[in-house]
Design a protein around this ligand. Structure first.
Ligand SMILES: Cc1ncc(COP(=O)(O)O)c(C=O)c1O
Length: 405
């Protein structure tokens, strides 16, 4: 077999995508997997989409099955503008919005349009693995800024900017963050947009989980507060279904124009059939009809998992309390390492994502991410029980550890 490794680009060696590939590949049979941020397939509106797809193929094939403009079909963009007005209280101008092939494509387009090798990009520590990989592949200098229980430490970002840091953008996930599940409070949002405006720094806001709040609406989006300094990436993967691969970018017209130009070098347009499905579903009130049930489902899953964690885990394990989204973030006691424990967990029939890959460089050894979106509630309880067993057994091996429970 010929060896083509000499032909691979340098960026193929910068990626480190094993963790993401493992998540997407799923877990072995018998393992209760709390790894991927996958929506629950019970939320997929199959019957409605069955009828809409049949109608589109019959009556609208000339549009739905054709290439579309790079920025998206005009009707779809109009629907997205109206929807932004309803959900965020502000409608982007036509030149301030484009359709993307999912949230991840917007991240890739931002890299291709804005990031030259060596450019600084600020991320939260920890942050979304897919984004970290894309920034690394773009050869960015990734600058992590610490987070606390309320999300990004805007005061520390301020120190960095005041000390002369000039990033191409600051990437942030303010609502039910991946991986921590935390939400940035309103006052920090205002401070963040003011800070970035003052320093002329673009904020890159990822709102992937925003529509899945079960514990009250999150504070206003950064983009709605400051459309002049925020580029927002949205996705329909969590609120509609990921197989449709659709999202949006909304922000300053000059930035959106560059993203549209960059999209011309990748897939040239998001799939027309998915765009028309989304538009018809959305205009018929599908989101208003189905999102409340999806939010209730995830809220109920979290209630089941959080009760099971409290029951099953030693008292010195801590975890975040999300009020939306799919994710919680655990911190294990001193002396434990979530990467080292993963094999024991798999042997016990439970899978999680170790926290370390969500950090740039060192950190996160005692942390791990759990997704409670797709397992059923009894399975979540069983998964917590298995995890509890693994953590207790590991603690028994730590010299001088006395468990809090
Ligand atoms: C924070 C965040 N941004 C973006 C994405 C990617 O979204 P999409 O599936 O639409 O590409 C994800 C997916 O898990 C995510 O968690």
């Amino acid at each position: 077999m010929a060896d083509f490794s000499h032909a691979f680009a340098r960026r193929t060696r910068l990626r480190g995508g094993e963790e993401l590939a493992a998540i997407l590949a799923g877990s072995p049979p018998g393992v209760l997997s709390m790894t991927g941020g996958f929506p629950n397939s019970r939320t997929f509106p199959t019957d409605e989409l069955d009828a809409i797809a049949a109608r589109l193929l019959r009556d609208d094939a000339g549009v739905a099955m054709q290439y579309t403009p790079v920025a998206g079909l005009p009707g779809v963009r109009e629907f997205l503008r109206e929807r932004a007005e309803r959900t965020q209280g502000r409608a982007p101008e036509p030149g301030e919005l484009m359709v993307t092939s999912g949230g991840m494509e917007c991240i890739a387009l931002m890299c291709s349009a804005l990031v030259d090798p060596g450019d600084a990009v600020v991320v939260e520590a920890p942050s979304y693995l897919g984004a970290l990989m894309a920034f690394a592949a773009a050869e960015a200098e990734i600058v992590p800024v610490e987070t606390d229980e309320h999300g990004l430490r805007v005061d520390l970002l301020e120190e960095r900017l005041e000390a002369g840091l000039r990033p191409k953008f600051v990437y942030t996930i303010p609502d039910f963050q991946n991986p921590t599940g935390r939400t940035l409070p309103a006052e920090r949002r205002r401070a963040l947009v003011d800070l970035c405006r003052r320093h002329g720094v673009l904020l890159f806001e990822d709102v992937a989980y925003r529509e899945l709040a079960w514990g009250g609406e999150p504070p206003p989006t950064l983009w709605s507060l400051a459309p002049d300094v925020v580029l927002q990436a949205g996705t329909f993967s969590k609120s509609f279904f990921p197989g449709v691969r659709l999202g949006w970018a909304a922000g300053p017209a000059a930035v959106v124009a560059e993203l549209i130009a960059a999209k011309g070098n990748t897939d040239q347009c998001a799939g027309g059939l998915g765009q028309r499905l989304l538009e018809e579903y959305g205009r018929a009130g599908g989101f208003e009809r189905h999102l409340p049930a999806a939010r209730a489902l995830y809220g109920s899953h979290w209630a089941a998992l959080s009760a099971a964690l409290a029951r099953e885990l030693p008292g010195d394990v801590a975890w975040t309390e999300p009020s939306g989204g799919f994710l919680t973030w655990l911190t294990l006691p001193e002396g434990l390492d979530s990467t080292a424990l993963r094999a024991d967990a798999l042997a016990a029939g439970v899978a999680y994502v170790p926290g370390a890959p969500f950090f740039v460089g060192e950190g996160g050894a005692r942390t791990l991410r759990l997704s409670f979106s797709h397992l059923a509630e009894p399975e979540l309880a069983a998964a917590a029980e298995r995890l509890g067993g693994v953590v207790r057994a590991a603690l028994d091996r730590v010299p001088q550890h006395t468990s809090g429970r």
